[in-house]
Design a protein around this ligand. Structure first.
Ligand code: HEM
Ligand code: HEM
Length: 182
């Protein structure tokens, strides 16, 4: 599998970032759905306890992914022509936008708060100090809601992949999976 993207398929770096992040998003949303539905249990605790660290990891991977998308721009698989292709491009840009905003405002809130910030056991900020209200306000207002909107967009993205495969028969899944397009 070549490292770089080609107009026919995504290369190994793009695929690793896409599927690795998809798994981490699955972890994030499973945890939050469990928290909302069955509440705090030991199992929920595993997900919720790692939520902010996994979120920070997702933010770091997103930055690498955006840089890689920029490097590969021009020789990635192209969008289809017409309105469908435009909507797909808008959908991907919206996914990138929310993948950036959702964890960024949460991280800002964490640094503006007094509970301290840890990244998998590594202390980034000690607990204590004054709360900085303006740093906490955006996430208090929108982190949760934008997080759920991101989930809806991801579901729409996955549905469209299978609409392409089964309804329109112009398979795009093979660009991101397997070794040769159908
Ligand atoms: C892309 C990564 C992330 C996603 C998709 C995500 C998603 C979510 C979702 C869906 C909720 C549930 C909201 C509700 O209860 O209705 C939530 C809550 C929460 N998240 Fe995240 N999150 C991410 C990153 C982070 C990061 C990096 C932090 C901290 C540094 C964080 C801290 C929190 C906290 C404290 C809550 C509970 C309070 C609240 O609802 O705002 N999250 N997140
Ligand atoms: C089962 C889950 C998923 C499937 C089957 C899937 C499938 C695909 C496929 C086939 C493509 C290539 C589309 C094309 O070239 O037009 C793609 C691209 C993309 N997917 Fe997914 N995807 C999944 C999960 C996710 C998740 C969780 C996210 C982000 C939150 C995501 C974000 C993107 C983005 C932004 C692109 C554009 C290429 C890039 O910059 O990486 N996908 N996906």
């Amino acid at each position: 599998m070549p490292i770089n993207d080609t107009p026919i398929r995504y290369g190994s770096v793009s695929r690793f970032l896409h599927w690795g992040m998809a798994l981490l998003f699955l972890w994030q949303f499973t945890g939050m759905i469990l928290k909302e539905t069955i509440g705090r249990t030991p199992v929920t605790g595993i997900f919720v306890g790692s939520h902010s660290s996994v979120g920070m990891l997702l933010l770091a991977l997103l930055i690498l992914r955006a840089i890689w998308a920029f490097v590969e721009f021009g020789h990635r698989p192209p969008y289809h022509g017409g309105i469908i292709g435009k909507l797909a491009a808008i959908g991907h840009v919206a996914l990138y936008g929310l993948m950036l905003i959702v964890p960024s405002i949460a991280l800002m809130r964490a640094f503006g708060g007094d509970k301290g910030v840890k990244f998998f056991g590594l202390i980034l900020k000690q607990p204590g100090g004054e709360k900085v209200e303006w740093m906490m306000a955006p996430a208090n207002l929108a982190h949760g809601n934008l997080g759920w909107i991101l989930l809806l967009l991801i579901i729409g993205h996955v549905v469209m992949v299978f609409v392409h495969r089964w309804l329109w028969k112009d398979d795009v899944l093979s660009r991101m999976i397997g070794s040769s397009p159908r």
